[in-house]
Design a protein around this ligand. Structure first.
Ligand SMILES: [Zn+2]
Ligand SMILES: [Zn+2]
Length: 118
């Protein structure tokens, strides 16, 4: 099940995919990014415009089916993977930015290093 957590890149709480969900969506993401790049090459469009016109719709749809969350930017889904984040900060409850983070970038706490994480 996707867990909803604050995403520091997006600045909002978003569903983060479990590994099972990620493996279902990853091929669609790869295909979607390829579509965007092909569109860009074919039409000489700016990558930004290609993204706006061809947003890897199957991947966005699959993400919505799994999470109920309507994401409009295929690039954002690339980092909405629970395993890329760390444990929840014992102090502010935000997820650490990486599994190996030495401190919480949101509140500066290092409490997760000493708390017995059961
Ligand atoms: Zn994000
Ligand atoms: Zn914190």
């Amino acid at each position: 099940m996707a867990e909803t957590h604050y995403c520091w890149r997006c600045g909002i709480a978003v569903p983060l995919l479990s590994e099972d969900e990620w493996s279902a969506i990853e091929p669609l993401l790869r295909a979607g990014i390829r579509d965007v790049q092909n569109y860009s090459r074919r039409t000489q469009a700016e990558l930004r415009e290609a993204l706006e016109r061809n947003q890897g719709v199957p991947a966005l749809q699959a993400y919505k089916d799994i999470t109920g969350f309507l994401e409009t930017n295929i690039n954002a889904i690339w980092h909405h993977r629970r395993s890329q984040f760390g444990v929840p900060c014992p102090q502010c409850r935000n997820l650490l930015r990486t599994p190996r983070a030495k401190f919480c970038a949101e509140c500066g706490s290092t409490a997760h290093l000493i708390s017995p994480d059961s």
